[in-house]
Design a protein around this ligand. Structure first.
Ligand SMILES: [Zn+2]
Length: 60
């Protein structure tokens, strides 16, 4: 939201920006077949596995 620059104190700006590092790291799981790191609910990019079966053909 647009707020005039003089309305924002240095402390408020710095306090807000300090919270950025507090955000949680992205969740990472492992593939059930090749155990490479993958995001949840996504097809494995290495072997094409999802939910225990081959859903995407991956060429070598
Ligand atoms: Zn995999």
């Amino acid at each position: 939201m647009a707020v005039p620059k003089r309305k924002k104190s240095r402390a408020r700006t710095r306090h807000r920006k300090a919270q950025w590092m507090r955000t949680a790291a992205p969740t990472v799981g492992t593939c059930s077949r090749c155990s490479s790191p993958i995001r949840p609910h996504t097809v494995c990019g290495v072997c094409g596995f999802y939910a225990g079966r081959q859903v995407v053909e991956v060429e070598d």
